[in-house]
Design a protein around this ligand. Structure first.
Ligand code: BTN
Length: 244
């Protein structure tokens, strides 16, 4: 991953850039990385915007062909990628980060980064996956409207070199991806749970407008979050549950 690196000064979104190149039948090798200094229409999950101060942070996308994954097991790619980012960031800042389901990276109760994976399938056959990653590295000022956000340099009090971090992330994602190819996913799920934000502790959530308290007790290989409420286990897909 990252052998073929395309660095752009400014682009709408690195995910879109990759998608457009592939739509034009441009052959790109697996592991191609598109890196942008500035994204003027960066996208997050759930149609959210991804805002990032130009030149301060990492915003990049990786092209993968995960043909070995059954379409129902797509979530395992999210798990592998989030674990790789979480490990790398933890080693850079020297303190524990957590993965907030499905794939945000958190330090305490603040978000450092996020992942937007776009899986493009034709019927039940893979075309490709675009793994878009945004990490707040050296940004110190954030839009007042965005709550609970931070950056690596805000945590450790010094700037980090973006290229060093990018190569560490690429090699760690590469390793996790190869483990996934080797079918090592039970291990990945166990590790994911160990690094999961709010795992096994009592917190407030909301579903269908109804608040409740419970403990996150499991993650399914298909991606659902299981929350134990009293003695009942409730299973949620993306968008079905909100963290309070
Ligand atoms: C999220 O937390 O909601 C996901 C954020 C993903 C942002 C990255 S930045 C690089 C890539 N290009 C995009 O437009 N989005 C992803």
């Amino acid at each position: 991953i990252g052998q073929n690196l395309i660095s752009l000064k400014s682009v709408d979104s690195t995910n879109n850039y990759l998608k457009n190149q592939l739509a034009k039948s441009k052959p790109l090798p697996e592991g191609t990385v598109i890196l942008a200094e500035d994204q003027f229409a960066g996208r997050g999950q759930f149609e959210n915007k991804w805002l990032s101060q130009p030149g301060k942070n990492l915003t990049f996308s990786i092209l993968l062909f995960p043909v070995f994954l059954a379409p129902l097991k797509q979530f395992l790619l999210n798990i592998a990628v989030s674990l790789a980012i979480n490990d790398t960031i933890t080693s850079f800042i020297g303190c524990d980060c957590k993965i907030k389901w499905p794939n945000d990276i958190y330090f305490k109760d603040k978000k450092i980064g996020g992942v937007l994976i776009e899986n493009i399938l034709q019927g039940s056959k893979w075309k490709y996956a675009i793994v878009g990653i945004g990490i707040n590295v050296n940004q110190l000022q954030f839009d007042d409207r965005i709550k609970n956000i931070t950056s690596l340099s805000a945590i450790i009090g010094k700037e980090l070199a973006l290229d060093t971090l990018l190569s560490a992330l690429s090699s760690s994602i590469n390793n996790r991806y190869n483990q996934l190819k080797g079918n090592d996913f039970e291990n990945h799920i166990e590790e994911y749970k160990k690094n999961l934000y709010r795992y096994q502790s009592m917190h407030a959530y909301e579903s269908n407008g109804i608040p409740f308290e419970g403990r996150i007790t499991n993650i399914k290989p298909e991606g659902q979050l299981e929350i134990t409420v009293g003695d009942e286990v409730k299973s949620f897909s993306l968008k079905e549950v909100k963290y309070l």
